[in-house]
Design a protein around this ligand. Structure first.
Ligand SMILES: [Zn+2]
Length: 302
């Protein structure tokens, strides 16, 4: 990935270095990886904290559709991240660059539909973090909280991803793209519709709706990469393979097997390796948001 050339987003709040409730480690520059050594524990939880649970925790998504008031004025005790002043901070530079690409591309896509994209704030933290979705530990992996419209990432997760067999910068970009996709779903009102429906159906069906939401986010991540590539040529040889491999490595069946379980669909929260690859590919290939309607394809009328 030629990520260095990208515009660095300013919509980042830096809560690393013990801010925001994290007590596990102090500011450690690039040495943060040691925080979580038990890859499999994380593996079982990657990307989540089932995001639907997070939604439920917020108790009603009150702020949907409202303005992103937190941008530029961090409320969580962190500081706005200035990438230009932190050239030595690789992880921060990378996150700021990829987030910048998501802003530019989703801006264009929303505009093409006559809508206006409101970017999320991304919070970098270490250890644990407080959000409108409760206090979360790093072990839960990156997540998006609809209640405060923020993406949360402990940047040491990137090393965990590598340990899980998903190396490469585009694997990491896919993770960020996936979380930002949840923000897009939130702006579209999809998250709220899914949550409403989940309250009325069985646990198994609610779980299935979670999977469909996750697969749509994978597809949106592909849509984002498609358009970003068209405009900036940010991909290098091998990048797509890194992304597709990451999608497989964090498939529920792969993770369940690694954790010693026999995979069964009822245990899925994000979809199988094959499903995640398929939907990511669908977005990548066509770049069309409409082609990401995982719900319609499953016969669900939201
Ligand atoms: Zn997700």
């Amino acid at each position: 990935m030629r990520w260095q050339q990208g515009r660095k987003s300013r919509n980042i709040e830096d809560r690393r270095g013990g801010r925001g409730g994290g007590t596990v480690a102090r500011r450690g520059g690039s040495k943060m990886g040691g925080l979580m050594t038990i890859g499999l524990v994380i593996a079982g939880l990657v990307f989540g904290v089932n995001p639907m649970k997070l939604i439920n925790m917020t108790g009603g998504l009150g702020g949907l559709g409202g303005g992103g008031a937190s941008i530029g004025a961090p409320a969580g005790g962190g500081v706005q991240y200035d990438a230009s002043a932190r050239k030595d901070d690789q992880a921060g530079q990378f996150v700021a660059s990829v987030l910048g690409y998501t802003e530019d591309t989703w801006n264009d896509i929303f505009r093409s539909y006559g809508a206006k994209y409101q970017p999320p704030t991304l919070v970098m933290f270490e250890g644990s973090v407080r959000s409108a979705c409760g206090t979360q530990s790093s072990a839960a992996g990156p997540f998006y909280c609809p209640g405060d419209k923020q993406v949360y990432i402990d940047t040491s997760f990137f090393r965990e991803l590598q340990n899980m067999g998903a190396p490469g910068d585009f694997a990491m970009a896919y993770v960020i793209g996936h979380e930002v996709a949840h923000h897009v779903q939130n702006l579209e009102g999809i998250s709220m519709k899914v949550q409403g429906r989940q309250r009325r159906v069985s646990k198994v069906e609610a779980n299935r709706l979670s999977v469909l939401t996750e697969l749509q986010a994978d597809c949106y991540a592909g849509v984002w990469a498609h358009h970003t590539q068209k405009k900036t040529r940010f991909l290098e040889e091998g990048d797509l393979e890194e992304g597709l491999n990451a999608a497989a490595q964090i498939g529920d069946d792969v993770l369940l097997k690694k954790a010693g379980h026999t995979p069964h669909e009822s245990m899925y929260t994000h979809g199988s390796a094959k499903q995640r690859q398929q939907w990511f590919t669908e977005g990548l290939r066509n770049g069309k948001v409409e082609n990401c309607n995982t719900f319609r394809q499953a016969g669900v009328q939201l």
